[in-house]
Design a protein around this ligand. Structure first.
Ligand SMILES: Cc1cc2nc3c(=O)[nH]c(=O)nc-3n(C[C@H](O)[C@H](O)[C@H](O)COP(=O)(O)OP(=O)(O)OC[C@H]3O[C@@H](n4cnc5c(N)ncnc54)[C@H](O)[C@@H]3O)c2cc1C
Ligand code: FES
Ligand code: FES
Length: 482
């Protein structure tokens, strides 16, 4: 196996491998497809990951992933098979998904249709047998249609898949194994690089502390398309062996910084249903396929969804610079708005936390203007032991309530030891949120709304602890039902 660096990306396209040198580090995949390949089926709508008109599929090791090509760097498709809407029909027949949409009148103006087709194509190729309405709606969280309405689109997919045999999914297509050698395109002043090992990443960042680390580019992509940033040195983490690994040993889960939200969700779903639900509402399928756990923490956003959940779970952050590694409690990473405890050349390597032991509950709620594809106005997460009807060992963290994700230390203290049937004590403790947080008013929510929202979310968490059998939520299946 060669270990020398490549100066071109290579990717599979219509059954053949192609080599390509992006015109500049910041070249976006949508521009490559429309402007360089001249394939105009893939549309540009919002150019910020929200509308899904630009959706294409990347196939790696047989698995199809719908991604937003508008916020993906061309170099990120290195080692994958790129599938666009032009590729899925044959000369004589539409793909079954396309045929179903035609039959059910699932398109009017048609602007959204290529993106919708590609999201449904990925779902169709990755699954077998009938699908539920909730599964189809989830695949379409990131695809906006403004004229057809979703009913015929969803019905088309349900009808199509109802007739499929329920055999185990056979992952179609050629196995694309990725490229054996790392990538370095450019020179020492302007480059895009993709190291293959964590050590190579560490070395590169020591030599270029000013380089921009890019994982999924679901944040960075927008800096390029909306702020018109032109980063000169980009280091991609997507090809680092093991950087995306999620492992559980002795009750402790360790998540590599490069793990996608989709992979992380699959790993925690059996252990932490509330965290699963937060991730179900994280962006869209496209955003969860590209975006990474490490990127969501490293960006330091006060409204990132993972940090409050992971802080409530007592997570440890693992950082590395050169050969030096250090660990810190996640909440200590966020110093102030826009400031994190990350040194030059240092990168997020992993996060780890103990899975809650029996008797320890974890609750998390996200308040946003719409259920899907929206950033939180407030997110509240709580972990606690319930011992003889009393709360012990509380950890409560909020997003959207301060300049950083932050623990509610005064509220935790006020709740410690209270009996779950003591409603007066509970209400008195909930009021301590006003000591912990002085939220801001911005375009997402007013300060008063945020405070009332956080109190309501905490009240709901406590009611669920006190009365676990009383239904308090609209179930996703119920929302997705006819
Ligand atoms: C349409 C849309 C919807 C979204 N919805 C949500 C949502 O519901 N909830 C939410 O929280 N966020 C949401 N986001 C924001 C974004 O998807 C997340 O923050 C995501 O986790 C970022 O991960 P990434 O891998 O794409 O990061 P990137 O864009 O690659 O990087 C983000 C930042 O982290 C740095 N970085 C990345 N990896 C490392 C590393 N290993 N070490 C050090 N620094 C690193 C980068 O330099 C950059 O500063 C949404 C974004 C879009 C476009
Ligand atoms: S153009 Fe809207 S998501 Fe890409
Ligand atoms: S068919 Fe017009 S936006 Fe969907």
């Amino acid at each position: 196996m060669s270990t020398s660096l490549r100066s071109e990306i290579s990717f599979a396209r219509k059954g053949a491998w192609q080599k390509l040198r992006p015109e500049r580090p910041r070249e976006m995949l949508l521009d490559h497809i429309r402007l360089r390949e001249g394939r105009l089926g893939t549309k540009e709508g919002c150019n910020e990951g929200d509308c899904g008109a630009c959706t294409v599929v990347l196939r790696r090791n047989g698995l199809c992933q719908a991604v937003n090509s508008c916020i993906l760097l061309t170099a990120q498709i290195d080692g994958a098979e790129l599938i666009t809407v032009e590729d899925i029909a044959t000369d004589s027949a539409l793909h079954p998904v396309q045929e179903a949409l035609v039959r059910r009148h699932g398109s009017q103006c048609g602007f959204c249709t290529p993106g919708i087709v590609m999201s449904l194509y990925a779902l169709y190729e990755n699954t077998s047998g009938p699908l539920s309405r909730a599964e189809v709606l989830e695949a379409l969280q990131g695809n906006l249609c403004r004229c057809t309405g979703y009913r015929p689109i969803v019905d088309a997919m349900l009808e199509l898949c109802a007739k499929r045999p329920a055999v185990p999914a056979v992952l179609a297509g050629e196995r694309v194994e990725g490229n054996p050698a790392g990538l370095f395109i450019g020179d020492q002043d302007r480059f895009i690089a993709a190291p293959k090992t964590e050590a190579a990443l560490a070395d590169l960042l020591l030599s270029h502390p000013d380089a921009l680390i890019v994982s999924g580019a679901t944040d960075v992509g927008l800096w390029i398309t909306k702020r018109l940033d032109d980063p000169q040195k980009i280091v991609l983490t997507g090809q680092i062996e093991g950087f995306e690994a999620i492992k559980t040993a002795h009750g402790r889960m360790t998540i590599g910084a490069g793990a996608s939200h989709a992979a992380f969700r699959a790993a925690i779903a059996p252990h932490l249903p509330d965290f699963d639900d937060i991730l179900r509402r994280f962006g869209s399928a496209q955003v969860r396929n590209s975006g990474s756990v490490g990127g969501n923490i490293a960006n330091g956003s006060p409204i990132g969804d993972l940090a409050p959940c992971l802080i409530a779970l007592g997570a440890t952050l693992h950082l590395r610079s050169g050969t030096e590694r250090r660990e810190l409690p996640l909440e200590e990473f966020f110093i102030a708005y826009g400031r994190q405890d990350r040194r030059p050349s240092e990168f997020v390597a992993a996060l780890s936390f103990a899975l809650p032991a029996p008797g320890r509950v974890f609750k998390a709620f996200k308040l946003s203007k719409r259920p899907d594809e929206d950033i939180s106005s407030v997110l509240l997460a709580l972990a606690a032991n319930i011992e003889n009807g009393r709360l012990r060992g509380l950890r409560i963290a909020c997003g959207g309530m301060a300049g950083t994700p932050k623990r509610a230390l005064a509220t935790e203290t006020a709740l410690e030891g209270i009996a779950l049937d003591d409603r007066d004590a509970m209400e008195a403790a909930i009021a301590f949120l006003a000591e912990d947080f002085q939220p801001l008013t911005d375009m997402r929510a007013s300060a008063a709304y945020r405070m009332e929202g956080a109190k309501a979310l905490l009240r709901r968490a406590l009611i669920e602890c006190a009365m676990p059998d009383v239904p308090t939520r609209l179930d996703a299946q119920l929302m997705a039902a006819e």
